[in-house]
Design a protein around this ligand. Structure first.
Ligand SMILES: Nc1ncnc2c1ncn2[C@@H]1O[C@H](COP(=O)(O)OP(=O)(O)OP(=O)(O)O)[C@@H](O)[C@H]1O
Length: 308
């Protein structure tokens, strides 16, 4: 059986208000699970419970069928990497020293850590020769997030927590780092729990997505489950608004060409190069389209085209 992370009837209550309300969720080993929802819905609180930065008021979290509150804290945290929005590299330490922190905590010497960090730097697209001995202030925000990702991966953890890691970046850097997460995920098969308020990011990254609102988990499913069969009006509205914005964006882009989606036959991917009538014709036989960064239903797109 796959080892799972299980949240069982979890509550987190502040001043009689539930930041998380009766959360029941299972995350499988090797999933890239995305928690999505508006600011304040309880995503970060949920994520922080995984490495016990946050304690549930009520309920139980199990990892591999054992209560995580019983694990030795230090050892447990060594097995969980994390990347947060404000990654906060230590300003007085080099990139190598920063990236090696989790390894150093495991008593790995800096000289033994160096080849591991070097290999990961190459994977995230940072030239080790150029960057290993630099200070964090000499790197852009996107580069610093790459170092944060190296730091999270260096000690080879089972689980990686990512809390809005790219939300402070410009759209192009953001997309590149999303690609990086997908590549690392496909290569390393880690369990990743990724928090975002951005529906497109959720759709683009998640093997499954959990939609939260006001501390409640409204729906868990794949992107196309949620887009085509939203559990209730709130989820439908969250994704509908997003889809309308996506469609307007696509139409404004003008022309698209259709290619197979690299990962999933159920999707077709749309790139620039085909006219809207051709697109409409092609879409009649496909339920879902994926435009690099957007996933929308063809029904929505066809009605949008006919109405405009
Ligand atoms: N230490 C605390 N004391 C009191 N209330 C808190 C505390 N931490 C979080 N909350 C409240 O719990 C709710 C959930 O917060 P949380 O940070 O989990 O939301 P979020 O979905 O991650 O939001 P964001 O995207 O803005 O980070 C919010 O209403 C927040 O104000």
């Amino acid at each position: 059986m796959k080892s799972k992370l299980q949240f069982k009837h979890i509550y987190v209550t502040y001043n009689k208000v539930d930041a998380v309300h009766d959360l029941n969720l299972e995350i499988n080993s090797g999933e890239l699970f995305v928690l999505v929802g508006a600011s304040g819905c309880g995503k970060t609180t949920t994520l922080k419970m995984v490495n016990r930065l946050q304690t549930p008021t009520k309920g139980q979290i199990l990892y591999k069928n054992q209560d995580i509150s019983k694990f030795p804290l230090r050892k447990m945290r060594q097995n969980i990497g994390y990347v947060f929005q404000n990654i906060a590299l230590f300003p007085n330490m080099t990139i190598l020293e920063n990236a090696a922190i989790q390894l150093r905590a495991k008593n790995v010497s800096l000289s033994k850590a160096k080849p591991i960090v070097t290999r990961l730097m190459k994977k995230v697209g940072l030239d080790p020769k150029t960057y290993l001995n630099r200070m964090p202030s000499e790197l852009s925000g996107g580069q610093q997030q790459r170092v944060g990702t190296v730091r999270a991966l260096a000690a080879d953890p089972d689980i990686i927590l990512m809390d809005e890691p790219f939300s402070a970046l410009d759209p192009i850097s953001r997309e590149k780092l999303q690609d990086l997460v997908l590549n690392l995920y496909n290569e390393l098969h880690k369990t990743i729990i990724f928090v975002t308020h951005d529906m497109n990011e959720a759709i683009r990254l998640g093997t499954r997505i959990g939609v939260m609102e006001h501390g409640h988990l409204l729906q868990v499913g794949t992107a196309d489950d949620i887009v085509t069969h939203p559990a209730n009006k709130t989820v439908a509205a969250m994704f509908h608004n997003q889809r309308s914005a996506n469609i307007a964006d696509m139409i404004a882009g003008g022309f698209y060409k259709l290619v197979d989606h690299p990962n999933d036959q159920q999707y077709i991917r749309v790139d620039k190069g085909i006219s809207i009538p051709q697109l409409a014709e092609k879409l009649k036989s496909n339920p879902i389209i994926f435009e690099g960064k957007y996933l929308i239903t063809t029904k929505d797109l066809l009605s949008f085209i006919s109405e405009n």
